[in-house]
Design a protein around this ligand. Structure first.
Ligand SMILES: [Zn+2]
Ligand SMILES: [Zn+2]
Length: 225
């Protein structure tokens, strides 16, 4: 685990990253890792000298099990509000069952215990500032229909891209694998939209964070198509 930007802590959980963000009035989590590993998130919060009870909001980028795996337990332990896009909410609450559409997703479903379902306390339907001060939500459909990215107003802007894109070791971005993405054209359009925003750093569900001129990397990727 490491501090990517002041107060933004990256928590690697297997092959996926969750994030803890220290804010004025507590802690915000962005995604929660794979099922069964909530304790690692809780320990990261404590390492930042905060208690789990100070987590007041959990932002979910999308419904995939590697991002919502710890949400039910962390919500129970903290009393935090869970925020996600309305289009992905039924898959998070369990109202709609996820169908592993591709062979790869069937493999994932077979090796990973299913995430516990959880209520969504705030279902987002529009872009803009959310109830947590400093954060703006941006609907970035493609990887999933209700995929959300979150922009934090800190140190020139920090984008929480979820799986809207991934970070390469070279410092460039990449797309998520085709087999786990619902709509490739929409995904590319979302990357272009993110490139129109202003942010200095970007963190991802998978791959290496970018700490400088991150929006430029999104613009370059979109320009290449
Ligand atoms: Zn995903
Ligand atoms: Zn993922």
């Amino acid at each position: 685990m490491r501090e990517v930007v002041d107060g933004v802590i990256e928590i690697p959980i297997g092959y996926v990253n969750a994030y803890a963000v220290v804010v004025d009035d507590g802690v915000v989590l962005v995604d929660t890792g794979i099922p069964g590993r909530a304790e690692k998130v809780a320990r990261a919060v404590e390492a930042a000298r905060r208690s789990i009870g100070e987590v007041h909001t959990i932002l979910l980028t999308h419904w995939h099990p590697d991002h919502i795996g710890g949400v039910a337990e962390l919500r129970r332990r903290s009393g935090a509000r869970v925020v996600a896009h309305a289009m992905d909410a039924p898959l998070i609450t369990g109202v709609v069952k996820a169908r592993p559409a591709t062979g790869f997703m069937r493999v994932v479903a077979a090796i990973m215990p299913p995430p516990e379902h959880v209520p969504v306390d705030e279902a987002l339907t529009a872009d803009g500032p959310i109830s947590v001060s400093g954060f703006t939500a941006i609907h970035t459909p493609g990887h999933t229909r209700g995929h959300m990215s979150f922009l934090l107003d800190r140190d020139g802007g920090v984008l929480f891209a979820g799986d809207a894109a991934g970070g390469r070791r070279s410092g460039r971005i990449r797309r998520s694998p085709r087999m786990v993405t619902e709509d490739r054209a929409a995904e590319l359009a979302s990357i272009a939209r993110l490139g129109d925003l202003s942010f200095e750093s970007a963190v991802f569900g998978h791959g290496r964070a970018i700490s400088r001129e991150a929006a430029q990397r999104f613009r370059e990727f979109a320009a290449l198509g």
